[in-house]
Every structure is written in C-alpha cells, then in structure tokens.
Write a protein that binds this ligand. Structure first.
Ligand SMILES: [Zn+2]
Length: 181
C-alpha cells in the first residue's frame, strides 16, 4: 500500500515540476518580450502589463484545475484534484489550494515536504487548507487488466465497476486516498 502512495508522490512531484517549469518559462518569455531593460540591462515589466503574470498563474492553476480537474503537469501523470467529499474540487477549493504556493516556493518547497511527510494522507498545506486531494485518475482492473479512467468518486474510493468485464474492483488502496468515513 505504501509503495503505491510513494509512487503517487513521485508523480505529484514531477507533475508540479512540469507546471512550475511551464509557468516560469512563459513568465520569463513574457518579461523579455514586453519588458524594457533598465540601465543595468535587467528586463522589467511594470504598470498594467505586470498584472498579466498573476493573471496567468490564476488561469493556469485555479481556473484550469476547476475546469479540467488537472494542470498540464498533472495530466501528464494522470492525476486529478478532487474534493474530500468525493466530487471534483470546486473553483473556490482550487483557488484556496493555491494560496499557499508562494509560501511554499519562498521556502523552497520545505513546507510542502513537511506537510506531506507529517500527514497521514500525504497532502500538501494547500490541500489541507482547501480540503482537496490529488489522486490517480487511472486504474487497472485487477480481473481483466483493462486500463481505466476513473471519475472523482471512483478515484477517491478506489472502487469501480469495470466496464470491460463488469467486475467490481475495490480498494487496493493508496494511502493518500484514505477517507475518514
Ligand atoms: Zn475488468
């Protein structure tokens, strides 16, 4: 069980890295295109165009996460964001979840590592704050070995009826999808 959780953790780590890489690359590109070099040759964006960067973050994370339930990085690793009640996370939750990002980045991700290693469900600060979990959106039927995409509820409970063979798959549970009910 723990092995699956650790594997998920690695996927979440790489997914985050991809997302930050995309956001930083786009931001740096934007600064060079729109910004003007100051007397030291450092490019700066000021005034209204500077507002586009938080807006980009806003679109890329909470808005995309609320609509698609994942970012590009998470999509690459078949991860989705769900609410602890077994539904897709709402926009408000996705926004709350991201509030702690600057804090985590400011301390080089240390709060994230502490939160993940200290909490039983292996969640980040933002997840605890927003009542969300990041779980795998795919699973393999243990009877016919079909690879399946799960709904939020199925992903949370790790319980699903295989559309290929009709067998009920139940809980070969990831530690981070445990619920309190
Ligand atoms: Zn099956």
């Amino acid at each position: 069980m723990l092995i699956i959780a650790e594997k998920n953790l690695a996927r979440r780590y790489w997914a985050n890295l991809i997302d930050y890489f995309i956001i930083f690359s786009v931001s740096i590109g934007y600064i060079y295109i729109v910004g003007k070099p100051d007397y030291e040759g450092i490019y700066r964006v000021s005034g209204a165009p500077a507002l586009l960067m938080p807006f980009l973050w806003f679109l890329y994370f909470p808005v995309a996460e609320a609509i698609f339930h994942q970012t590009l990085g998470k999509a690459a690793f078949n991860l989705i964001i769900i609410s602890k009640d077994g539904e897709y996370a709402s926009f408000g939750q996705c926004f709350l979840k991201r509030i702690t990002d600057p804090l985590e980045l400011a301390f080089w991700g240390i709060p994230a590592v502490v939160a993940i290693t200290k909490t039983e469900q292996r969640t980040r600060l933002g997840d605890i704050f927003a009542g969300t979990l990041t779980v795998s959106s795919t699973s393999i039927c243990k009877y016919c070995k079909s690879e399946l995409t799960l709904t939020a509820k199925e992903a949370l409970k790790q319980k699903f009826k295989c559309p290929e063979c009709g067998e009920l798959n139940e809980k070969y549970l990831m530690a981070n999808t445990k619920t309190n009910d």
